[in-house]
Design a protein around this ligand. Structure first.
Ligand code: BJW
Ligand code: ZN
Length: 239
């Protein structure tokens, strides 16, 4: 492990262009629940009941209750050493892009600047009528939350299963993955597309790909270095 750490550290030190792709595992040490695994959100909830447009159409109140409950869980959480390490990398590497699947906003709170939110953010609402997006941090949002413009129902500004990712964000992610010399893939189970394929896109384009995860994932055998352990412990060692 020490040898691998030194190798990755060297690569990062020499890189002029790098990227990171993060998932729920990077926020686990901050106290934010992950989706899959022992303590994951999907242990108690079925994704199809809560994280699909069909679920929202069927029972918007239930879906909103779940999101407000999650806002309440995330609100007291602070960024951890893994988030801070990525801020330092952004400051040191001339061209650094942070691509995240997370909706918790902890990368921004830590101080990362060049962030692509693939799956949106839990701290914004979007109107189902006119599409207007607004910041909203209210953990007790009264139901039904309505658009101040067209009075239609608001929804969380996140990407559910079966919905397309924002094409502009996806294009910027692709560009970053195609040009980076090093890609860090941190705390994702690598099962949700298209994010799950992004490490392979970068690898195909010539990047040195490093995975940091508590356990092996479907990506582990395809990457150049697989560092098994806590993101909050391993990432600071790469600086
Ligand atoms: C630690 C740690 C520590 C813990 N240190 N590690 C191709 C093939 C098959 C299926 C599809 C396909 N293309 C599309 C699909 C369908 C679907 C999909 O992928 N399904 C699969 C599950 C089979 N994808 C979609 O529907 C996507 N849309 C799409 O592709 O649209 C195409 C389209 C085009 C044109 C028109 C219409 C459509 C959208 C996906 C949206 C995902 N949404 C969610 C919810 C977001 C909002 C919310 O938060 O509520 O995103 S689902 C959920 O999973 C969330 C996450 O971002 C995402 C990924 O989870 P993540 O981050 O990997 O977390 P976990 O919990 O799974 O893993 C945590 C990991 O951390 C574990 O590995 C731990 O070991 C590790 N860990 N502690 C380091 N301390
Ligand atoms: Zn509206």
């Amino acid at each position: 492990m020490d040898k691998l750490i030194t190798e990755v550290k060297d690569r990062l030190q020499r890189a002029k262009c790098a990227a990171a792709l993060t998932g729920a595992g990077i926020s686990a040490e901050s106290g934010v629940p992950t989706f899959r695994g022992q303590e994951g959100l999907w242990k108690n909830f079925r994704p199809e009941d809560l994280a699909t447009p069909e679920a929202f159409a069927r029972d918007p109140k239930l879906v909103w209750e779940w999101y407000l409950w999650r806002r309440g869980r995330i609100a007291p959480c602070a960024p951890n050493p893994a988030h801070h390490a990525l801020v330092t990398l952004e400051q040191r590497i001339p061209d650094f892009t942070l691509i995240t699947q997370n909706v918790d906003g902890l990368h921004r709170r830590a101080g990362s600047r060049n962030i692509l939110h693939l799956h949106g953010t839990i701290w914004e609402v979007r109107c189902t009528g006119c599409g207007r997006v607004e910041e909203n941090r209210d953990p007790d949002l009264a139901y039904p939350p309505l658009c101040s413009g067209c009075k239609k129902l608001l929804r969380p500004n996140v990407v559910w299963f079966g919905e397309a990712l924002d094409p502009a964000i996806l294009a910027r992610a692709e560009e970053a993955l195609n040009k980076c010399e090093v890609l860090l893939v941190v705390g994702t189970s690598a099962v949700v597309q298209p994010a799950a394929s992004m490490a392979l896109w970068a690898k195909r384009a010539g990047a040195y790909v490093v995975e940091i995860n508590l356990e092996p994932t479907p990506l582990s055998r395809a990457v150049d270095s697989s560092l098994q352990g806590k993101a909050g412990e391993i990432l600071p060692r790469l600086l």
